[in-house]
Design a protein around this ligand. Structure first.
Ligand code: AMP
Length: 301
């Protein structure tokens, strides 16, 4: 099934206990596309400013990622994010966000993308998420992500967006902030009450939990010891999940469980290097190897 992502494309500066990466390529749609393209072709929709160095998108060369939906807007500036991770690095501290072009009208969706069936509304302004969705009339599975900035500053718009989607993928802190609930099963149920049929709450090194109305699935994180930069882990997780679901074309509970495992493995590659350097090392063979290891870890009699 055709898979489309719309989200941020930006320039990041990230500090972790392992060092600093300044002015590197980032953005939710970038991580998602790199990750999902290992499982299915991806249509990327996003907007950058006139200052965006075009060769940054060369990382997609040789991958089935259609960049026809990347709009370069004259007179606008590219989104920028500066974040820091400390301690266990499970949550980013935002030091600075320059929305720039993300605060303007959303990107155009090319007519050739209008028939997309699986859609990921990656982290961006919830009004832009909704605007994109309104133009994707053939969407059969729509999943959204968000973050604390939008929960705090555009709550009502976000709630409207969440009422229109089938699934939500977010991290534990965001789930607590959104629902006011401390316990994640409770928070998950509150999010289901907003409209989605399933919610995946990611807990950094403690794995992820999927909740539906009548079932749940808990997976550990892949036990990597090399955590260099967690930026993009959530989007890579979602990319693995939705790339897999687009490749199977079905999303029953068994599919969702298998998809979560793909997401878990993709996130483990991302955190092993600054920016996308860990993620681009994920080949199909390397992913299969980690999936086998994850199966072994979870097996008990
Ligand atoms: P995550 O997977 O949650 O670690 O996402 C990391 C990416 O999100 C970074 O590369 C940032 O460029 C991007 N990002 C940070 N803040 C925002 C925001 N408010 N809206 C959209 N994207 C953002």
């Amino acid at each position: 099934m055709s898979l489309l992502v719309t989200g941020s494309i930006g320039i990041d500066t990230v500090e972790t206990p392992h060092g600093k990466a300044a002015d590197v390529l980032g953005g939710s749609a970038i991580y998602f596309s790199l990750s999902a393209s290992l499982f299915a072709p991806v249509r990327l929709v996003g907007v950058v400013g006139a200052d965006f160095p075009a060769d940054r998108l060369d990382i997609f060369k040789g991958r089935p990622v259609d960049l026809a939906g990347v709009e370069r807007r004259a007179g606008s500036k590219t989104f920028r994010w500066h974040g820091r991770y400390v301690g266990d690095m499970n949550a980013a501290q935002t030091l600075r966000t320059d929305l720039n072009v993300l605060g303007e009208a959303g990107p155009q969706i090319p007519p050739s993308f209008a028939d997309s069936q699986v859609v990921f509304l990656a982290n961006t302004h919830p009004a832009l998420q909704r605007e994109a969705l309104a133009r994707l009339k053939k969407a059969k599975l729509v999943v959204a992500d968000t973050m604390n900035l939008w929960i705090e500053t555009t709550r009502e718009e976000l709630l409207t967006t969440l009422g229109l989607v089938h699934g939500v993928v977010l991290n534990d802190g965001e789930a607590r902030l959104l629902t006011g609930r401390t316990h994640l099963i409770d928070a998950g149920r509150r999010i289901l009450a907003l409209g989605p049929k399933f919610v995946v709450i990611k807990k950094g090194e403690h794995g992820a939990v999927l909740t539906t109305a009548d079932d749940s699935c808990v997976l550990p994180a892949f036990p990597t010891t090399s955590v260099i930069d967690p930026t993009g882990a959530g989007d890579s997780f979602a990319g693995g999940m939705l790339g897999y679901l687009a490749s199977t074309g079905s999303w029953g509970m068994a599919d969702l469980r298998a998809a979560m495992a793909r997401g878990t493995v993709m996130a483990s590659f991302t955190i092993e290097g600054f920016s996308y350097t860990g993620l681009v090392k994920a080949t199909r063979a390397a992913v299969d190897e980690r999936l086998a290891a994850l199966r072994r870890i979870m097996h008990f009699g």
